[in-house]
Design a protein around this ligand. Structure first.
Ligand SMILES: Nc1ncnc2c1ncn2[C@@H]1O[C@H](COP(=O)(O)OP(=O)(O)OP(=O)(O)O)[C@@H](O)[C@H]1O
Ligand code: SF4
Ligand SMILES: [Mg+2]
Length: 349
């Protein structure tokens, strides 16, 4: 994966060689009627190679879903965009309707957060699977259900979505996305509606399928801890801009951008019930209300006068960072000790 606005940095971020499956370059997305001339995605570069698993992480409203939709050439009609989006080297803007259809079947499979609204409530699971298999699948509906770890396939085939549990519905959605053996699966918050135990199972399933079927994965989530279980690289988005990107584990163990650090503390504190680790103050502003310069500066405890200019995305060790005052690696000792203390307190109830 390459996620950078800095061409000199690409060599440090390049994933294994080969033709990229997906290349998004300098992507800007606007909603002129709603948000005027403020880009809701602002200069995003994203390259995913075949078989690679990449995460996009950020709070609600940061632009994660729009990036996933842009990658699949599914941006809403109200959006205007410029930059480049290429799938297997082909500019998606120049694709014919049949090429787009092919891309959405055998090229890209989508798994959404809300399985209830993604499945047709009036149709049995069997009908929905058969419908998609007829478009061209090497698997039967039963095989697909087994491949996502569902037992009692006969009962599930006869069921309508409301007769299944949340975890079962999400597995059916994954089966539908896999039906045409896509080269890329875009999973947009695929576990958010599920409880923690089922979340973990679905994430483990995605990881196992990704290894065995070798599809590339774009995993969208607000939870940095969760994405570390599935992806090797991650990009943290804030208000439509990439603020930090690099190997997922490096970012998880040593967040350098103040936003990433806050995001991690917030998700850890919810999971571990750490009352002392406060979430990031405030919330992502509406596009028209974003501050100039660094878009995070009204929420950042490290902000200075320098932050009224936009920080460039620059190489720092294994990653790219857009911050005038990133956390130095040495600061991580306090993060680690706080985390350990939180774990101890959590273990002691
Ligand atoms: N159809 C639309 N019309 C106008 N603005 C939109 C539209 N879709 C998204 N936006 C705006 O674009 C920004 C990014 O939205 P997006 O849905 O990508 O966020 P997200 O990170 O996926 O959030 P969530 O975690 O809540 O799903 C938001 O400010 C949102 O209001
Ligand atoms: S550039 Fe400034 S305001 Fe933005 S994250 Fe870095 S320190 Fe905070
Ligand atoms: Mg979203």
């Amino acid at each position: 994966m390459v996620l950078t606005s800095d061409p000199t940095a690409q060599c440090t971020m390049d994933a294994p060689s080969g033709t990229p499956l997906l290349r998004v370059q300098d992507l800007h997305v606007h909603f002129p009627k709603r948000h005027g001339n403020v880009p809701v995605l602002d200069g995003i570069d994203l390259t995913i190679n075949p078989g690679e698993a990449v995460a996009v992480v950020g709070e609600s409203g940061c632009g994660k879903s729009l990036l996933g939709l842009a990658a699949a050439n599914l941006l809403p009609a109200a959006a205007t965009w410029n930059g480049a989006v290429e799938f297997r080297g082909q500019d998606v803007r120049s694709m014919s309707r049949s090429q787009v259809r092919r891309m959405h079947g055998a090229g890209v499979g989508m798994v959404y957060q809300d399985a209830t609204s993604s499945l047709n409530p009036g149709m049995t699971i069997a009908s929905q699977l058969r419908q998609i298999c007829r478009l061209g699948s090497s698997s039967t509906p039963e095989d697909l259900l087994s491949s996502v770890g569902l037992q009692e396939t006969d009962r599930i085939m006869r069921s309508r979505p409301h007769q299944l549990s949340g975890g079962q519905r999400q597995r059916v959605l994954i089966a539908l996305a896999l039906a045409r053996d896509p080269a890329l699966i875009i999973a947009d918050e695929p576990t958010t509606a599920l409880d923690v135990t089922i979340q973990r199972q679905v994430v483990q399933l995605l990881r196992a399928l990704q290894t065995s079927r070798r599809f590339a994965l774009l995993f969208i989530s607000h939870d940095l801890g969760l994405v570390s279980e599935v992806t090797s690289r991650a990009a943290v988005l804030y208000a439509g801009q990439v603020v930090e990107t690099g190997p997922t584990n490096d970012i998880l163990l040593e967040p350098r951008h103040p936003y990433t650090s806050g995001l991690l503390r917030a998700s850890m504190s919810i999971e571990q019930r750490w009352d002392r680790l406060a979430p990031i103050p405030g919330q992502v502003r509406q596009p028209r209300d974003l501050p100039t310069g660094c878009r995070f500066r009204d929420r950042c405890s490290r902000a200075s006068d320098a932050c009224v200019t936009r920080p460039a995305l620059q190489t720092s060790g294994s990653r790219l960072l857009a911050c005038h005052h990133p956390l130095p690696p040495s600061d991580q000792s306090s993060w680690t000790s706080e985390a350990n203390e939180g774990t101890r307190r959590s273990a002691n109830g």
